[in-house]
Design a protein around this ligand. Structure first.
Ligand code: PHE
Length: 345
C-alpha cells in the first residue's frame, strides 16, 4: 500500500501540470481525491491492517492527500489567472488610442432631430417653450381634462416620484403639461412648440423605452379651426420630409382635444406605394392632434368663446428612427459609437 501511495504521489505533479483547463483539473481532482478516487480506494484497505500498519498507512495517505490538494489548488489558481488574462486581452480598450489624428464627435441623433424640428417650426413662426420633467398631477393630467379616476389615465403608464402625497408628483408622461404652462403664463395669441424628454413605465424593447422624446405644438388664437390645424401639419410635413410626403388625419381620441385625430404621413421609404416599413399601407403613424378641449381652456382661465386652438404631439425618437430606417429604438440610448458614427452632424 505504501508503494501505491508513493506511486500516486509521485505521478500527481506531472498529471496536475498536464491539466490544461479548469475542467480537466476538476476531473483529475475527482480521480485522485474524490470519493471514488484512488486515495479513497486505498483508504478502504486500512480496515484490514493491524493498528501499527493502519497508523503508518493512514499517515502516508494524509500526507499524500494534502500535498496533492495543494498542487491542485496552485494549478487552479494558475489556470484561472490565464483565463482572466485571455478575457482581459479580448476586452481591452485603449482609451488613449488615436486613429489618424483626433476624431471629431458629433451631435447625437436625438439632438440633431430636435434641432431640425425646432428649426422648421421656428421657420413657420412658432416660438419654443420647455418645461420641467418632474411634474405635478395637475399639469400632467388634471388640467388636461384627465381627472383622477378617468379611464384615459391608462393611456400613459406613469412613473411617480416619492414626494409629497402619494401619486401627486410624477415624471411627465408627455410634453402636454408644457401646453398648460404656456397657456397659464402667456396671454394668447400663442404659436409655440415644446420639445422635451418624457417618461413612461415601460420595459425597453425594440419599440419602447422608459424614456424618450416628444415635440408638441400649440396654437391659440381667434377663429382657429380644424382646417388651420390640418394645413399647419401639412405645411410642416413637406417642410420637414420634402415635398413628396403628405399628411392625413384619422379620427381618434385624446381627453384634452375635441375632436381628436391621429396624424399620419406618407411612408418616407416607399412614398405611399406600400413597403415593409409601412406594413404595405403607404402611411406611417406619427402622432396625435386635435382642437384644444373647452375644459382645458377653462382650466387655464381662457375664454373659449374668444379663443380657440389646436395642439399636436409626436415622438421625436420614433420620427428619427423612421427617417433613417432604424428598427430598434434602444440603439438611440446604448451610446454605441458604431451606431452614432452613422449620423455625423
Ligand atoms: N400628448 C399626447 C400623447 O402623448 C399626444 C398629443 C398631443 C395628442 C397633443 C393630441 C394633442 O399621446
Amino acid at each position: 500500500m505504501i508503494d501505491d501511495i508513493t506511486r500516486i504521489s509521485s505521478e500527481a505533479p506531472v498529471q496536475v501540470r498536464a491539466a490544461a483547463t479548469i475542467e480537466n483539473l476538476r476531473d483529475l481532482e475527482a480521480e485522485l481525491l474524490g470519493k471514488k478516487g484512488s486515495l479513497s480506494e486505498l483508504k478502504k484497505g486500512l480496515a484490514g491492517l493491524d493498528p501499527e500498519g493502519r497508523r503508518e498507512v493512514g499517515a502516508a495517505l494524509n500526507v499524500a492527500r494534502e500535498s496533492i490538494a495543494a498542487l491542485i489548488a496552485d494549478r487552479r489558481a494558475e489556470l484561472e489567472a490565464e483565463k482572466r488574462a485571455v478575457v482581459l486581452a479580448a476586452e481591452r480598450l485603449d482609451l488613449t488610442e488615436r486613429i489618424g489624428g483626433p476624431v471629431r464627435g458629433s451631435v447625437h441623433l436625438v439632438t440633431q432631430t430636435w434641432d431640425r424640428l425646432v428649426d422648421v417650426f421656428v421657420g413657420m413662426g412658432f416660438t419654443v417653450a420647455e418645461g420641467p420633467e418632474v411634474e405635478t398631477d395637475w399639469y400632467n393630467f388634471e388640467a388636461l381634462n384627465i381627472p383622477a379616476a378617468h379611464p384615459a389615465r391608462g393611456m400613459w403608464d406613469t412613473l411617480y416620484v416619492d414626494l409629497g402625497d402619494p401619486e401627486t408628483v410624477l415624471l411627465r408622461t408627455h410634453t402636454s403639461p408644457v401646453q398648460i404652462r404656456v397657456m397659464t403664463e402667456t396671454p394668447p395669441p400663442i404659436y409655440a412648440v415644446m420639445p422635451g424628454r418624457v417618461y413612461r413605465r415601460d420595459t425597453a424593447d425594440a419599440t419602447h423605452m422608459p424614456v424618450f422624446h416628444q415635440i408638441e405644438g400649440l396654437v391659440i388664437d381667434r377663429n382657429i379651426s380644424f382646417a388651420d390645424m390640418a394645413g399647419t401639419l401639412e405645411a410642416f410635413t413637406s417642410a420637414y420630409f420634402g415635398g413628396s410626403i403628405h399628411s392625413r388625419l384619422r379620427p381618434s381620441y385624446f381627453p384634452f382635444t375635441e375632436p381628436s385625430a391621429e396624424y399620419d404621413i406618407n411612408c418616407v421609404f416607399c412614398e405611399g406605394s406600400g413597403c415593409r416599413t409601412c406594413s404595405h399601407t403607404g402611411w406611417l403613424e406619427l402622432g396625435g392632434c386635435g382642437m384644444v378641449h373647452p375644459n382645458v381652456l377653462r382650466n387655464v382661465g381662457l375664454d373659449g368663446e374668444e379663443w380657440t386652438g389646436f395642439a399636436f404631439g409626436f415622438g421625436l425618437d420614433r420620427l428619427a428612427l423612421m427617417r433613417h430606417g432604424v428598427d430598434d429604438i434602444r440603439e438611440m440610448y446604448t451610446g454605441d459609437v458604431r451606431f452614432l458614427e452613422q449620423f455625423p452632424s
